[in-house]
Design a protein around this ligand. Structure first.
Ligand code: ZN
Length: 180
């Protein structure tokens, strides 16, 4: 790729009339396909070519991009009860409302429903479910629909009205209080 870039630069340099401004613009155009290519390889739906390791803290990176799990009762949102919205720490999509948060006693922030759900229809929610067999038994992983961030898991032992427990890592979330 660098060889191609050098060749391209030399072609531009040969054009004696080219101003510096034009050269910079052309360089930008030459670089762009490299980003598109890496985006496709990583299978991410996130539009930008994002260097998550630079954007996130090491803890956020391990949980959201490598499916890690924070130690129970250590997350900042376990006992958090302020009114507002929990957003994806990677792409800022609204994921869970404080109205559906409850204390499950498990040590992780727990919700009985994803934001945007309408009568069990999650097509407008910012999460998707994915089968996860990594723990030996069949589980259901919850990921961000917009950036593929691993958020946590969902279980069938939640309270009414859904009977579901979305067990979410605090470090995958960013809380924003409701405007008063
Ligand atoms: Zn996201």
């Amino acid at each position: 790729m660098s060889r191609l870039f050098l060749r391209f630069t030399s072609i531009v340099t040969k054009g004696a009339t080219s101003s510096t401004k034009v050269v910079l613009a052309r360089r930008g155009a030459a670089v762009r396909p490299i980003h598109t290519c890496s985006g496709l390889l990583s299978l991410t739906r996130y539009e930008e070519a994002t260097d998550w390791q630079k954007k996130l803290t090491p803890e956020q990176y391990v949980v959201t991009r490598e499916k890690g799990t924070e130690v129970p009762f250590t997350g900042i949102y376990v006992h958090h009860s302020e009114a507002g919205m929990y957003h994806c720490v990677c792409c800022d999509s609204p994921l869970f409302s404080s109205e559906t948060k409850y204390d499950s006693g498990t040590g992780w922030p727990s919700f009985y429903q994803a934001h945007g759900t309408w009568e069990r229809d999650e097509s407008h929610a910012s999460i998707i479910r994915r089968p996860d067999n990594s723990l030996g038994n069949t589980g259901t992983e919850i990921i961000c629909k917009h950036c593929d961030a691993h958020l946590g898991h969902v279980f069938e032992d939640g309270p009414d009205p859904t009977g579901e427990r979305f067990c979410i890592n605090s470090v995958a979330l960013n809380f924003k209080p409701r405007a008063k």
